[in-house]
Design a protein around this ligand. Structure first.
Ligand SMILES: NC(=O)c1ccc[n+]([C@@H]2O[C@H](COP(=O)([O-])OP(=O)(O)OC[C@H]3O[C@@H](n4cnc5c(N)ncnc54)[C@H](O)[C@@H]3O)[C@@H](O)[C@H]2O)c1
Length: 130
């Protein structure tokens, strides 16, 4: 079942309690990855935690649109998995109305793109500090 291409890799999956995020966590874990699952406060990681080895899984409840929360899950992941992050799956999102890109970037939904940028920025800062 294990696929060596992801052996030991550390993956942050946002929106991990949702359909695509949970399926991604399980698939990547089955291929050897260690998973930091992130989703909104109030979400439930019980099912994922039951299916992934405890040493390969953390769940972090955080809103990806807020920079402090993003820093929290990046730091938790770095601390749990030995100071590395190999892959971001920035999947958290909502289905908003379709809009031209310029209008979208001016809308509240653009916070999801900002959250992805904060993730990478936070990761670089956290990794530099290790
Ligand atoms: N399923 C589709 O057909 C489809 C099509 C186009 C785009 N997408 C996008 O793909 C992604 C996953 O889709 P899905 O079908 O699994 O949706 P889903 O609703 O099942 O899962 C999305 C998850 O993101 C989480 N989330 C939303 N906002 C968040 C926030 N601010 N902070 C942390 N977590 C947050 C939700 O709690 C949820 O668990 C979404 O971004 C969605 O917009 C899906």
């Amino acid at each position: 079942m294990s696929n060596p291409t992801l052996a030991g890799k550390v993956v942050i999956v946002t929106g991990a309690a949702g359909a695509i995020g949970a399926a991604t966590c399980l698939l990547m874990a089955a291929r050897g990855a260690r998973i930091a699952a992130v989703d909104r406060p109030g979400c439930d990681f019980t099912d994922l935690a039951r299916q992934i080895a405890p040493e390969c899984f953390i769940g972090v409840k955080a809103d990806v649109t807020g920079e402090p929360a993003v820093k929290l899950y990046v730091e938790r992941s770095v601390a749990a998995f030995g100071g590395r992050i190999d892959i971001f799956f920035n999947n958290a999102g909502i289905v908003g109305p379709a809009a031209p890109l310029v209008a979208f970037l001016a809308s509240d939904d653009a916070a999801y793109i900002n959250g992805s940028v904060h993730s990478v920025d936070g990761a670089l800062n956290a990794l530099r500090a290790t």
